[in-house]
Design a protein around this ligand. Structure first.
Ligand SMILES: [Zn+2]
Length: 253
């Protein structure tokens, strides 16, 4: 008989979703550095005077200790505290809706117990950057979408047409998750402009700490978001079920 593994784990995580369980407890879905997405039970967290319920709010970056049992769907939380203060995000509606979108996208596009330390690093640094004052959250949102696609193995080919291999210039179309030049498009698909594509290229090679310095004059950041969301929807299962993004787009109009 195989021995089941029980581990006491001290980790950092991002809270994806929290739901009440019984009169006093909470069940949270979190994304951890070591184990990827897991569910934890916080017993007694809903009791008055227990600060855990505010620690376990969606979008928080937390430090936690929990018992990990391999055969259990829900792990038992021992302790949790805030690892990073994101109060600035919660005071700003656009930042808050951006936070909910990036959190929900990660939640819907990942499977439980799929170790992905790079995705953890991406969500962790995205949230921390979002908390920076005067940060353009639209640039950051696009950065996140692009790097999420790349980390899942779907780096978009933004230099050549996927059909005829011609170098892109002027306008480009997205068909079935591939980028085509305008002459290869028989469907009159949605076009994206070359300057949006060069901006995506910049996002590919710019450090997250420097994205706010990028020049966004004449760049339609909303259309880039729509493009990247469409792109991910085609390649990554689960993106279709994301709802928060529609609220974010309503605000951006
Ligand atoms: Zn072509």
């Amino acid at each position: 008989m195989q021995r089941l593994i029980n581990l006491f784990i001290d980790s950092r995580a991002v809270v994806l979703k929290t739901i009440p369980f019984s009169d006093t407890s909470l069940i949270c879905r979190i994304f951890t550095k070591e184990k990827g997405k897991i569910s934890i039970m916080a017993k007694g967290a809903k009791r008055k005077k227990n600060l855990l319920s505010s620690v376990l709010e969606c979008g928080n970056i937390i430090r936690l200790q929990y018992m990990f049992k391999e055969n259990r769907d829900i792990q038992l939380l021992k302790e949790a505290s805030l690892d990073y203060n994101i109060i600035l995000i919660r005071k700003d509606l656009e930042k808050l809706l951006t936070l909910f979108s990036i959190i929900e996208i990660l939640d819907k596009t990942t499977h439980p117990l799929n170790e992905a330390p790079i995705l953890f690093r991406l969500i962790n640094s995205t949230i921390k950057t979002l908390a920076v004052k005067k940060l353009n959250s639209k640039i950051l949102y696009n950065f996140y979408l692009l790097h999420l696609a790349i980390q899942n193995g779907f780096k978009p080919n933004i230099t050549n047409c996927s059909k005829c291999n011609t170098l892109f210039r002027d306008k480009i179309v997205l068909i079935n998750g591939q980028l085509y030049c305008q002459s290869c498009d028989n469907f009159n698909s949605k076009l994206i402009h070359e300057n949006s594509l060069s901006f995506i290229k910049k996002l590919m090679y710019t450090n997250i700490n420097k994205i706010n310095d990028l020049n966004v004059n004449d760049i339609n950041l909303n259309s880039i978001s729509f493009f990247l969301e469409d792109y991910i929807r085609y390649h990554i299962e689960g993106m279709n079920y994301v709802k928060s993004t529609s609220l974010l787009h309503k605000l951006s109009k």
